[in-house]
Design a protein around this ligand. Structure first.
Ligand code: UGA
Length: 438
Protein backbone atom coordinates (compact mmCIF):
# COMPACT_ATOMS: atom_id res chain seq x y z
CA UNK A 1 0.00 0.00 0.00
CA UNK A 2 1.13 3.59 -0.54
CA UNK A 3 0.98 5.58 2.66
CA UNK A 4 1.46 9.23 3.54
CA UNK A 5 2.25 10.22 7.13
CA UNK A 6 1.93 13.93 7.94
CA UNK A 7 4.20 15.03 10.80
CA UNK A 8 7.58 13.54 11.69
CA UNK A 9 7.36 13.78 15.49
CA UNK A 10 7.50 10.67 17.68
CA UNK A 11 4.24 9.23 16.47
CA UNK A 12 4.56 10.08 12.76
CA UNK A 13 8.17 9.08 12.33
CA UNK A 14 7.90 5.78 14.17
CA UNK A 15 4.57 4.88 12.49
CA UNK A 16 6.00 5.70 9.07
CA UNK A 17 9.14 3.62 9.68
CA UNK A 18 7.20 0.61 10.93
CA UNK A 19 4.75 0.65 7.99
CA UNK A 20 7.63 0.88 5.52
CA UNK A 21 9.41 -1.95 7.33
CA UNK A 22 6.27 -4.02 6.75
CA UNK A 23 6.75 -3.52 2.99
CA UNK A 24 4.61 -0.46 2.26
CA UNK A 25 5.83 2.61 0.36
CA UNK A 26 5.73 5.46 2.86
CA UNK A 27 6.04 9.23 2.38
CA UNK A 28 6.79 11.03 5.63
CA UNK A 29 5.90 14.69 5.28
CA UNK A 30 6.89 17.64 7.43
CA UNK A 31 6.71 21.38 6.77
CA UNK A 32 9.94 21.95 8.71
CA UNK A 33 12.71 21.97 6.06
CA UNK A 34 15.48 21.43 8.65
CA UNK A 35 13.81 18.29 9.95
CA UNK A 36 13.42 16.86 6.45
CA UNK A 37 17.04 17.72 5.59
CA UNK A 38 18.24 16.01 8.80
CA UNK A 39 16.20 12.88 8.08
CA UNK A 40 17.47 12.77 4.50
CA UNK A 41 21.03 12.87 5.88
CA UNK A 42 20.14 9.93 8.15
CA UNK A 43 20.16 12.08 11.32
CA UNK A 44 17.29 11.69 13.80
CA UNK A 45 15.44 14.80 15.08
CA UNK A 46 14.56 12.84 18.26
CA UNK A 47 16.38 10.33 20.43
CA UNK A 48 14.67 6.95 20.22
CA UNK A 49 16.53 3.64 20.60
CA UNK A 50 16.62 1.65 17.33
CA UNK A 51 15.06 4.40 15.18
CA UNK A 52 18.17 5.41 13.23
CA UNK A 53 18.81 1.83 12.07
CA UNK A 54 15.16 1.37 11.11
CA UNK A 55 15.14 4.59 9.07
CA UNK A 56 18.40 3.71 7.33
CA UNK A 57 17.26 0.22 6.38
CA UNK A 58 14.01 1.41 4.82
CA UNK A 59 15.52 4.46 3.11
CA UNK A 60 18.22 2.20 1.59
CA UNK A 61 15.51 -0.22 0.42
CA UNK A 62 13.69 2.74 -1.18
CA UNK A 63 10.43 2.24 0.71
CA UNK A 64 10.71 5.26 3.01
CA UNK A 65 10.84 8.85 1.73
CA UNK A 66 11.03 12.22 3.50
CA UNK A 67 9.54 15.25 1.83
CA UNK A 68 7.94 18.66 2.35
CA UNK A 69 5.60 18.08 -0.58
CA UNK A 70 2.36 17.18 1.17
CA UNK A 71 0.11 17.44 -1.86
CA UNK A 72 2.15 15.11 -4.07
CA UNK A 73 2.52 12.61 -1.20
CA UNK A 74 -1.25 12.60 -0.65
CA UNK A 75 -1.89 12.15 -4.38
CA UNK A 76 0.33 9.06 -4.44
CA UNK A 77 -1.21 7.46 -1.34
CA UNK A 78 -4.16 5.21 -0.52
CA UNK A 79 -4.07 5.94 3.21
CA UNK A 80 -3.09 9.29 4.75
CA UNK A 81 -2.17 9.49 8.43
CA UNK A 82 -2.40 12.80 10.29
CA UNK A 83 0.24 12.68 13.03
CA UNK A 84 0.87 16.36 13.69
CA UNK A 85 1.26 17.93 17.14
CA UNK A 86 -1.66 19.13 19.24
CA UNK A 87 0.25 21.20 21.84
CA UNK A 88 -1.72 22.61 24.78
CA UNK A 89 -2.97 26.19 24.59
CA UNK A 90 -2.68 28.32 27.76
CA UNK A 91 -6.23 27.29 28.82
CA UNK A 92 -5.41 23.56 28.53
CA UNK A 93 -7.28 23.00 25.27
CA UNK A 94 -5.25 21.28 22.54
CA UNK A 95 -4.20 23.58 19.70
CA UNK A 96 -5.90 22.09 16.64
CA UNK A 97 -4.42 24.47 14.07
CA UNK A 98 -1.89 21.90 12.75
CA UNK A 99 -4.62 19.28 12.31
CA UNK A 100 -6.85 21.77 10.49
CA UNK A 101 -3.97 22.89 8.25
CA UNK A 102 -3.16 19.25 7.40
CA UNK A 103 -6.83 18.55 6.54
CA UNK A 104 -6.87 21.60 4.26
CA UNK A 105 -3.83 20.41 2.36
CA UNK A 106 -5.11 16.83 2.15
CA UNK A 107 -8.21 18.18 0.42
CA UNK A 108 -6.02 19.69 -2.30
CA UNK A 109 -4.39 16.32 -3.02
CA UNK A 110 -7.60 14.29 -3.10
CA UNK A 111 -7.27 12.88 -6.65
CA UNK A 112 -8.99 9.50 -5.88
CA UNK A 113 -10.66 7.70 -2.94
CA UNK A 114 -8.50 7.74 0.21
CA UNK A 115 -8.79 6.86 3.84
CA UNK A 116 -7.72 9.72 6.11
CA UNK A 117 -6.57 8.50 9.51
CA UNK A 118 -6.27 10.64 12.63
CA UNK A 119 -3.33 9.42 14.70
CA UNK A 120 -2.74 12.66 16.57
CA UNK A 121 -4.31 12.77 20.02
CA UNK A 122 -7.38 14.83 19.26
CA UNK A 123 -10.54 15.66 21.21
CA UNK A 124 -13.70 13.73 20.55
CA UNK A 125 -15.36 15.24 17.51
CA UNK A 126 -12.16 15.86 15.54
CA UNK A 127 -13.08 13.15 13.03
CA UNK A 128 -16.07 15.29 12.06
CA UNK A 129 -13.97 18.44 11.94
CA UNK A 130 -11.45 16.84 9.55
CA UNK A 131 -14.28 15.49 7.40
CA UNK A 132 -15.93 18.93 7.17
CA UNK A 133 -12.66 20.70 6.26
CA UNK A 134 -11.88 18.20 3.50
CA UNK A 135 -15.45 18.24 2.16
CA UNK A 136 -15.38 22.02 1.97
CA UNK A 137 -11.98 22.28 0.30
CA UNK A 138 -11.72 19.28 -2.04
CA UNK A 139 -11.45 20.38 -5.68
CA UNK A 140 -14.05 17.84 -6.91
CA UNK A 141 -16.46 15.22 -5.56
CA UNK A 142 -13.85 12.53 -4.93
CA UNK A 143 -14.90 10.31 -2.04
CA UNK A 144 -12.97 9.76 1.19
CA UNK A 145 -13.45 8.45 4.73
CA UNK A 146 -12.08 9.62 8.06
CA UNK A 147 -10.90 7.08 10.62
CA UNK A 148 -9.59 7.46 14.17
CA UNK A 149 -6.63 5.20 14.96
CA UNK A 150 -5.11 6.41 18.24
CA UNK A 151 -1.51 5.66 19.08
CA UNK A 152 -0.40 4.07 22.36
CA UNK A 153 3.39 4.09 21.91
CA UNK A 154 5.66 5.31 24.69
CA UNK A 155 8.79 7.36 24.13
CA UNK A 156 11.86 5.24 24.74
CA UNK A 157 10.13 2.02 23.63
CA UNK A 158 8.28 3.48 20.67
CA UNK A 159 9.31 0.90 18.07
CA UNK A 160 8.51 -2.12 20.23
CA UNK A 161 5.19 -0.53 21.28
CA UNK A 162 4.27 0.05 17.63
CA UNK A 163 5.24 -3.46 16.54
CA UNK A 164 3.65 -5.18 19.54
CA UNK A 165 0.74 -3.03 20.78
CA UNK A 166 -1.65 -4.56 23.35
CA UNK A 167 -4.45 -3.58 20.97
CA UNK A 168 -5.01 -1.66 17.77
CA UNK A 169 -8.05 0.60 17.94
CA UNK A 170 -9.79 1.48 14.68
CA UNK A 171 -12.68 3.93 14.88
CA UNK A 172 -14.34 3.82 11.46
CA UNK A 173 -17.64 4.99 9.98
CA UNK A 174 -18.33 1.49 8.56
CA UNK A 175 -16.87 -2.05 8.27
CA UNK A 176 -15.57 -1.58 4.71
CA UNK A 177 -13.37 1.33 5.75
CA UNK A 178 -12.24 -0.50 8.88
CA UNK A 179 -11.11 -3.42 6.67
CA UNK A 180 -8.64 -1.17 4.86
CA UNK A 181 -6.88 -0.44 8.16
CA UNK A 182 -7.19 -4.05 9.30
CA UNK A 183 -5.34 -5.06 6.13
CA UNK A 184 -2.58 -2.59 6.86
CA UNK A 185 -2.11 -3.79 10.44
CA UNK A 186 -2.66 -7.50 9.77
CA UNK A 187 1.08 -8.40 9.55
CA UNK A 188 1.53 -7.33 13.21
CA UNK A 189 -0.88 -10.07 14.30
CA UNK A 190 -2.18 -8.09 17.31
CA UNK A 191 -5.72 -7.83 18.74
CA UNK A 192 -7.79 -5.26 16.88
CA UNK A 193 -10.83 -3.42 18.15
CA UNK A 194 -13.23 -1.78 15.72
CA UNK A 195 -15.40 1.02 17.08
CA UNK A 196 -17.17 4.15 15.91
CA UNK A 197 -14.97 7.23 15.45
CA UNK A 198 -15.96 9.07 18.67
CA UNK A 199 -15.37 5.99 20.86
CA UNK A 200 -11.88 5.49 19.41
CA UNK A 201 -11.05 9.13 20.14
CA UNK A 202 -12.33 8.69 23.70
CA UNK A 203 -10.37 5.44 24.24
CA UNK A 204 -7.13 7.37 23.78
CA UNK A 205 -7.98 10.08 26.34
CA UNK A 206 -9.54 7.67 28.81
CA UNK A 207 -6.46 5.40 28.65
CA UNK A 208 -3.96 8.19 29.29
CA UNK A 209 -6.13 9.73 32.03
CA UNK A 210 -6.52 6.35 33.73
CA UNK A 211 -2.74 5.70 33.65
CA UNK A 212 -2.20 9.18 35.11
CA UNK A 213 -4.78 8.29 37.78
CA UNK A 214 -2.88 5.13 38.70
CA UNK A 215 0.32 7.14 39.16
CA UNK A 216 -1.28 9.89 41.23
CA UNK A 217 -3.16 7.34 43.31
CA UNK A 218 0.12 5.60 44.08
CA UNK A 219 1.77 8.91 44.92
CA UNK A 220 -1.10 9.82 47.25
CA UNK A 221 -0.78 6.44 48.99
CA UNK A 222 3.01 7.00 49.19
CA UNK A 223 2.40 10.30 50.95
CA UNK A 224 0.16 8.55 53.49
CA UNK A 225 2.77 5.78 53.86
CA UNK A 226 5.27 8.44 54.92
CA UNK A 227 2.88 9.67 57.59
CA UNK A 228 1.89 6.27 58.98
CA UNK A 229 5.25 4.53 58.64
CA UNK A 230 4.44 2.11 55.80
CA UNK A 231 6.55 1.26 52.75
CA UNK A 232 5.01 2.14 49.35
CA UNK A 233 7.20 -0.39 47.52
CA UNK A 234 5.69 -3.24 49.52
CA UNK A 235 2.23 -1.72 49.31
CA UNK A 236 2.48 -1.54 45.49
CA UNK A 237 3.66 -5.14 45.35
CA UNK A 238 0.69 -6.20 47.41
CA UNK A 239 -1.82 -4.13 45.44
CA UNK A 240 -0.35 -4.91 42.04
CA UNK A 241 -0.49 -8.67 42.59
CA UNK A 242 -4.27 -8.43 42.43
CA UNK A 243 -4.94 -9.17 38.76
CA UNK A 244 -7.81 -6.67 38.81
CA UNK A 245 -5.31 -3.90 39.66
CA UNK A 246 -2.05 -4.99 37.98
CA UNK A 247 1.46 -3.78 38.85
CA UNK A 248 2.05 -1.40 35.90
CA UNK A 249 2.13 2.38 36.33
CA UNK A 250 1.99 2.25 40.11
CA UNK A 251 5.56 3.42 40.75
CA UNK A 252 5.52 6.27 43.22
CA UNK A 253 7.90 9.16 42.66
CA UNK A 254 7.90 12.78 41.59
CA UNK A 255 4.85 12.30 39.38
CA UNK A 256 4.22 12.05 35.68
CA UNK A 257 5.55 14.40 33.00
CA UNK A 258 6.05 14.31 29.25
CA UNK A 259 4.06 15.52 26.30
CA UNK A 260 1.03 13.28 26.86
CA UNK A 261 -0.33 12.65 30.36
CA UNK A 262 -0.33 16.28 31.57
CA UNK A 263 -1.73 17.61 28.29
CA UNK A 264 -4.29 14.86 27.71
CA UNK A 265 -5.61 14.87 31.29
CA UNK A 266 -6.10 18.58 31.13
CA UNK A 267 -7.77 18.34 27.70
CA UNK A 268 -10.16 15.62 28.91
CA UNK A 269 -11.13 17.69 31.96
CA UNK A 270 -11.82 20.63 29.61
CA UNK A 271 -13.90 18.46 27.26
CA UNK A 272 -15.93 17.25 30.23
CA UNK A 273 -16.45 20.81 31.41
CA UNK A 274 -17.60 21.95 27.97
CA UNK A 275 -20.24 19.24 28.10
CA UNK A 276 -21.42 20.20 31.57
CA UNK A 277 -19.58 17.54 33.60
CA UNK A 278 -17.21 18.57 36.36
CA UNK A 279 -14.50 15.85 36.28
CA UNK A 280 -13.37 16.39 39.89
CA UNK A 281 -11.65 12.99 40.02
CA UNK A 282 -9.30 13.87 37.17
CA UNK A 283 -8.73 17.37 38.57
CA UNK A 284 -7.55 15.78 41.82
CA UNK A 285 -5.20 13.51 39.85
CA UNK A 286 -3.63 16.59 38.27
CA UNK A 287 -3.42 18.36 41.63
CA UNK A 288 -1.57 15.44 43.27
CA UNK A 289 0.83 15.48 40.32
CA UNK A 290 1.51 19.21 40.69
CA UNK A 291 2.06 18.91 44.45
CA UNK A 292 4.45 15.94 44.37
CA UNK A 293 7.70 17.82 43.50
CA UNK A 294 6.74 20.58 45.93
CA UNK A 295 6.43 18.09 48.81
CA UNK A 296 9.81 16.67 47.84
CA UNK A 297 11.42 20.11 47.92
CA UNK A 298 9.76 20.97 51.24
CA UNK A 299 11.40 17.91 52.80
CA UNK A 300 14.73 18.81 51.21
CA UNK A 301 14.51 22.40 52.47
CA UNK A 302 13.89 21.17 56.00
CA UNK A 303 16.96 18.89 55.83
CA UNK A 304 19.04 21.80 54.55
CA UNK A 305 18.13 23.90 57.59
CA UNK A 306 15.06 25.70 56.24
CA UNK A 307 16.57 27.42 53.21
CA UNK A 308 18.07 26.77 49.78
CA UNK A 309 19.91 30.11 49.84
CA UNK A 310 23.60 29.52 49.09
CA UNK A 311 23.19 25.73 48.90
CA UNK A 312 24.69 23.59 46.13
CA UNK A 313 22.37 20.92 44.81
CA UNK A 314 23.27 18.18 42.33
CA UNK A 315 20.51 16.93 40.03
CA UNK A 316 20.77 13.51 38.38
CA UNK A 317 18.32 12.96 35.54
CA UNK A 318 16.67 15.77 33.58
CA UNK A 319 14.52 14.11 30.89
CA UNK A 320 10.86 13.52 31.80
CA UNK A 321 11.67 9.79 31.97
CA UNK A 322 14.62 7.52 31.07
CA UNK A 323 15.62 6.66 27.49
CA UNK A 324 14.49 9.94 26.01
CA UNK A 325 15.90 13.45 25.62
CA UNK A 326 12.41 14.94 25.88
CA UNK A 327 12.11 17.75 28.43
CA UNK A 328 8.41 18.53 27.93
CA UNK A 329 6.77 18.85 31.36
CA UNK A 330 9.81 17.17 32.94
CA UNK A 331 9.75 17.26 36.76
CA UNK A 332 13.38 18.45 36.65
CA UNK A 333 12.15 21.75 35.20
CA UNK A 334 9.79 22.43 38.16
CA UNK A 335 12.45 21.37 40.65
CA UNK A 336 15.36 23.36 39.17
CA UNK A 337 13.13 26.44 38.69
CA UNK A 338 12.11 26.40 42.37
CA UNK A 339 15.65 25.72 43.62
CA UNK A 340 17.11 28.57 41.53
CA UNK A 341 14.37 30.98 42.59
CA UNK A 342 15.19 30.27 46.24
CA UNK A 343 18.92 30.89 45.81
CA UNK A 344 20.43 27.42 45.28
CA UNK A 345 23.11 26.69 42.69
CA UNK A 346 22.72 23.61 40.51
CA UNK A 347 25.05 20.99 39.03
CA UNK A 348 23.15 18.77 36.62
CA UNK A 349 23.78 15.59 34.70
CA UNK A 350 21.67 13.51 32.31
CA UNK A 351 22.98 10.88 29.88
CA UNK A 352 21.06 12.30 26.89
CA UNK A 353 18.94 15.34 27.73
CA UNK A 354 21.54 17.99 28.67
CA UNK A 355 21.53 19.66 25.26
CA UNK A 356 17.77 20.16 25.45
CA UNK A 357 17.97 21.27 29.10
CA UNK A 358 20.52 23.95 28.16
CA UNK A 359 17.81 25.65 26.10
CA UNK A 360 15.70 25.99 29.28
CA UNK A 361 18.46 26.61 31.84
CA UNK A 362 21.47 28.08 29.99
CA UNK A 363 23.22 29.18 33.18
CA UNK A 364 23.32 26.13 35.45
CA UNK A 365 26.41 23.91 35.56
CA UNK A 366 26.35 20.74 33.44
CA UNK A 367 28.76 17.93 34.20
CA UNK A 368 30.30 15.02 32.31
CA UNK A 369 29.00 12.37 34.68
CA UNK A 370 27.11 11.72 37.91
CA UNK A 371 30.24 11.86 40.09
CA UNK A 372 31.08 15.38 38.88
CA UNK A 373 27.48 16.44 39.51
CA UNK A 374 27.76 15.19 43.11
CA UNK A 375 31.14 16.80 43.73
CA UNK A 376 31.06 19.34 46.59
CA UNK A 377 27.24 19.27 46.84
CA UNK A 378 25.14 19.89 49.94
CA UNK A 379 22.53 17.52 48.50
CA UNK A 380 22.06 15.21 45.54
CA UNK A 381 18.67 14.56 43.92
CA UNK A 382 17.60 11.65 41.73
CA UNK A 383 14.95 13.09 39.42
CA UNK A 384 14.91 10.59 36.51
CA UNK A 385 15.61 6.89 37.00
CA UNK A 386 18.18 6.25 34.25
CA UNK A 387 19.68 2.75 34.56
CA UNK A 388 23.20 4.13 34.89
CA UNK A 389 22.24 5.82 38.17
CA UNK A 390 21.16 2.49 39.65
CA UNK A 391 24.68 1.11 39.32
CA UNK A 392 26.73 4.08 40.53
CA UNK A 393 29.60 3.54 42.98
CA UNK A 394 27.73 5.08 45.92
CA UNK A 395 30.80 5.02 48.21
CA UNK A 396 32.51 7.24 45.67
CA UNK A 397 29.47 9.52 45.39
CA UNK A 398 29.45 9.94 49.16
CA UNK A 399 33.17 10.63 49.30
CA UNK A 400 32.94 13.53 46.81
CA UNK A 401 29.86 15.21 48.33
CA UNK A 402 30.15 18.02 50.89
CA UNK A 403 27.26 16.50 52.88
CA UNK A 404 25.96 12.98 52.18
CA UNK A 405 22.34 14.07 51.76
CA UNK A 406 20.58 12.04 49.08
CA UNK A 407 16.99 12.65 47.93
CA UNK A 408 15.86 9.82 45.70
CA UNK A 409 12.75 11.02 43.84
CA UNK A 410 12.32 7.72 41.99
CA UNK A 411 12.97 5.12 44.71
CA UNK A 412 15.86 3.50 42.82
CA UNK A 413 18.06 2.62 45.80
CA UNK A 414 17.85 0.18 48.66
CA UNK A 415 17.45 2.36 51.77
CA UNK A 416 19.30 -0.18 53.97
CA UNK A 417 22.38 -0.18 51.71
CA UNK A 418 22.47 3.58 51.38
CA UNK A 419 22.17 4.15 55.12
CA UNK A 420 24.93 1.62 55.72
CA UNK A 421 27.24 3.58 53.43
CA UNK A 422 26.44 6.64 55.57
CA UNK A 423 23.98 8.60 53.47
CA UNK A 424 21.21 10.66 54.99
CA UNK A 425 18.85 9.00 52.53
CA UNK A 426 15.31 10.14 51.69
CA UNK A 427 12.92 8.67 49.17
CA UNK A 428 9.19 8.61 48.41
CA UNK A 429 6.78 6.78 50.72
CA UNK A 430 9.32 4.49 52.36
CA UNK A 431 9.62 5.70 55.94
CA UNK A 432 9.52 2.16 57.33
CA UNK A 433 12.20 0.97 54.96
CA UNK A 434 14.38 3.85 56.09
CA UNK A 435 13.69 3.16 59.74
CA UNK A 436 14.21 -0.60 59.42
CA UNK A 437 17.58 -0.01 57.88
CA UNK A 438 18.76 2.17 60.77
C1 UGA B 1 2.27 7.79 27.38
C2 UGA B 1 1.49 6.45 27.35
O1 UGA B 1 2.11 5.51 28.21
C3 UGA B 1 1.44 5.88 25.93
O2 UGA B 1 0.63 4.72 25.91
C4 UGA B 1 0.83 6.94 24.99
O3 UGA B 1 0.83 6.50 23.64
C5 UGA B 1 1.63 8.23 25.09
O4 UGA B 1 1.65 8.68 26.46
C6 UGA B 1 0.96 9.25 24.20
O5 UGA B 1 -0.19 9.61 24.49
O6 UGA B 1 1.53 9.61 23.15
P1 UGA B 1 4.86 8.50 27.42
O7 UGA B 1 4.36 9.86 27.77
O8 UGA B 1 5.85 8.35 26.32
O9 UGA B 1 3.62 7.52 27.01
O10 UGA B 1 5.55 7.90 28.71
P2 UGA B 1 5.16 6.90 29.89
O11 UGA B 1 6.12 5.79 29.90
O12 UGA B 1 3.74 6.56 29.87
O13 UGA B 1 5.47 7.81 31.17
C7 UGA B 1 4.74 9.02 31.43
C8 UGA B 1 5.15 9.60 32.74
O14 UGA B 1 4.67 8.82 33.81
C9 UGA B 1 6.67 9.71 32.96
O15 UGA B 1 6.97 10.97 33.49
C10 UGA B 1 6.98 8.62 33.96
O16 UGA B 1 8.09 8.93 34.77
C11 UGA B 1 5.70 8.60 34.77
N1 UGA B 1 5.44 7.29 35.45
C12 UGA B 1 5.20 6.18 34.71
C13 UGA B 1 5.43 7.25 36.84
O17 UGA B 1 5.64 8.26 37.52
N2 UGA B 1 5.16 6.05 37.45
C14 UGA B 1 4.93 4.93 36.74
O18 UGA B 1 4.69 3.86 37.38
C15 UGA B 1 4.95 4.98 35.35
Amino acid sequence: MNICVIGTGYVGLVTGCVFSDLGNEVYCVDNNPEKIAMLERGEMPIYEPGLEELVKRNVDDKRLFFTQDLRKSVERSDVVFIAVGTPPKPNGDPDMSFVSAAANEIAAGLNRYKVIVNKSTVPVGTGNLVREIIEKNRPNDVNFDVVSNPEFLREGSAIKDTLEPDRIVIGAPNQVVAMKLLELYAPLERPMLITDVASAEMIKYASNAFLATKISFSNAIANICEAVGADIVQVIKGMGSDSRIGPAFLNAGLGYGGSCFPKDSSALAQTAEKHGYDFTLLKAVMEVNREQPKRFLNRLRTELGGTFEGKSVGVLGLAFKPNTDDMRDAKSVDIITDLLSEGASISAYDPIAMENTRKIFPHIRYTKNAYEAAHGMDALLIVTEWNEFKLLDMERIKSVMKTPLLFDGRNIYDPAKLRKIGFNYHCIGRTTATLLSK
